[in-house]
Design a protein around this ligand. Structure first.
Ligand code: 1GP
Length: 281
């Protein structure tokens, strides 16, 4: 009987009333393998190993078939951890194309980083279910989530509840304008800290400190350190990172993951250079 079982079945024998009863059960490990090694579990595992994680943000609006291919190739070669995909406002319908391109050329996971409810696509692997906890716009705290919930539930997307915090880093950004929210002032570390702690207490699974795409300055190391030292969640930092040195400083201040968008689009080789620098840390 055992020989006839498919390899992912396990034969269990047990005794009952002096008779041997044989039955088969599906080996849960095959199912669990996916759920154990989902993206959030991977992020946690890497955080525990103190592995510095690196995500490249792709704004589909800005991509042509050539530019996306170049970014994918360099990212694959550099072994980045994730593609984040999203933007504050799409004016073209390139989201599906970009995800399809990524999926055709690499197994690097694709995580939606949606600016609004139109940026849900089930070809991605996961979605950051962002609650903009730095702002007081109820639509970005819970309203859009209600609208999106049934669509996301019906998809196979892994949902990662994320406390999203926009920090004022020099000039108004698209994220700030489109979210109709007030950022946390650049040097108000205590406000950032208390906001992140409240996010953790509410049960969010990650904190994302964002200076906004194309920010003049990155978030200060003091603020990153303060937040890092007082929460246990994975800490993502992005916005305005344009060179290797700044990326490394931000990791050293406590970011578990950094996100680079604009600068990688302008100079895809930066992806490779940051990846090399991470390995040397
Ligand atoms: C923006 O954190 C991301 O939400 C990335 O910002 O485009 O400035 O790298 P940049």
């Amino acid at each position: 009987m055992q020989n006839k079982l498919p390899s992912h079945y396990l034969l269990i024998q047990c005794e009952s009333n002096n008779k041997i009863i044989s039955f088969s059960v599906k080996l849960l490990i095959l199912i669990k393998k996916n759920s154990i090694m989902n993206i959030y579990s991977q992020i946690i595992a890497d955080k525990l190993k103190e592995k510095k994680q690196f995500a490249v943000l792709i704004d589909p609006d800005k991509q042509t078939p050539e530019t996306i291919k170049e970014i994918i190739d360099i990212s694959e070669r550099s072994k980045i951890d994730y593609f984040f995909i999203g933007g504050s406002l799409f004016t073209n319908n390139h989201l599906d194309f970009c995800i399809t391109q990524i999926k055709e050329h690499t197994s690097i996971p694709v995580v939606l980083f949606p600016g609004n409810t139109m940026q849900i696509n089930e070809k991605a692997d996961a979605i950051l279910f962002l609650s903009l906890i730095s702002g007081r716009n109820p639509e970005m705290l819970i309203g859009k989530h209600v609208i999106a919930a049934s669509y996301i539930k019906a998809s196979k997307l892994e949902v990662i509840p994320t406390g999203y915090m926009i920090i004022d880093c020099g000039r108004p950004t698209a994220a700030l304008y489109m979210s109709n929210s007030t950022p946390i002032p650049y040097d108000k570390d205590e406000i950032a800290l208390c906001t992140a702690m409240a996010g953790e207490m509410l049960g969010l699974k990650m904190i994302y400190l964002d200076a906004g795409s194309g920010a003049q300055n990155t978030i200060s190391e003091n603020m990153i350190r303060k937040v890092k030292d007082n929460i246990n969640l994975p800490l993502i930092v992005g916005g305005g990172i344009r060179d290797v040195d700044r990326a490394i400083d931000i990791y050293k201040a406590g970011a578990d993951m950094i996100v680079i968008g604009n600068a990688a689009e302008k100079n895809p080789l930066l992806i490779e250079n940051i990846s090399k620098a991470i390995k040397a840390l």
